[in-house]
Design a protein around this ligand. Structure first.
Ligand code: HEM
Length: 205
């Protein structure tokens, strides 16, 4: 009985860790500590948070291969759903604070900022993956489930493109996220993927 309890504590810990930034940013806004544009503060921070969540989710498979620690695999679905939650809140803050819920503005906004379309495609992809991440969908999709969920890498590329488009005048921060993404993607290349368990064996000697 002890082992399942440890995994439950681990999962609750991850849940609280994922929730904390949102509570912190909300608290900053409520206490007038979010600068002159609290809506934008939320939009940008939650956008970065969504990217973090996506990168963390995609790092869990290589980390499992490298360490064989079950804990990483156990939180994959949870972090995937957190990515979707962050991206949805990012969209909500855009709709609320930038559009003021005036959807008629969306057309001219998209013409002015085409990166919004890229963000929308990424969010739609995340929603599809979120909706098919349960056991029922896994069973129904069978062999098609894995290739479908490989689209998470395309979503990562779209999220990076969305970010690139916004910050292209100064790519320093973006380059760090792109480098981490490239590292995670590299671990999926068959020759690299094959060496990960060997690394583990070398270090466990
Ligand atoms: C419907 C979907 C989306 C919309 C409408 C949207 C819209 C926006 C807008 C308006 C900005 C601010 C641009 C500015 O500086 O003026 C932004 C920034 C950003 N978004 Fe999105 N976005 C969407 C989806 C996503 C997704 C799925 C991700 C990541 C997984 C993401 C990550 C980011 C990041 C990292 C930033 C830059 C934050 C910064 O400059 O510090 N967005 N987005």
């Amino acid at each position: 009985m002890a082992a399942p309890r440890i995994w439950l504590v681990w999962r609750i810990g991850v849940f609280l860790a994922a929730l904390t930034p949102l509570l912190f940013w909300g608290w900053q806004v409520a206490n007038n500590a979010a600068g002159p544009e609290p809506g934008r503060y939320l939009l940008l921070n939650i956008g970065i948070g969504a990217l973090w969540m996506l990168l963390l989710t995609l790092s869990l498979t290589p980390l499992t291969k490298l360490t064989r620690w079950k804990g990483f695999a156990l939180i994959r679905r949870q972090l995937g759903l957190w990515t979707l939650a962050y991206a949805t809140l990012h969209l909500l803050s855009y709709a609320l604070f930038i559009l003021g819920l005036n959807w008629a503005l969306l057309g001219s906004e998209i013409v002015k900022r085409p990166y919004i379309i890229v963000g929308m495609i990424a969010l739609t992809g995340l929603a599809v993956l979120g909706a098919t991440s349960n056991r029922w969908a896994m069973k129904r999709l069978g062999k098609r489930w894995k290739p479908l969920h490989k689209f998470s890498y395309a979503i990562l590329a779209l999220a990076l493109l969305h970010f690139f488009w916004i910050v292209r005048a100064d790519l320093r921060e973006w380059a760090i996220y792109a480098a981490v993404a490239a590292l995670i993607m590299a671990t999926r290349l068959p020759p690299v993927a094959r060496t990960l368990p060997k690394f583990r064996q070398r270090f466990s000697r």
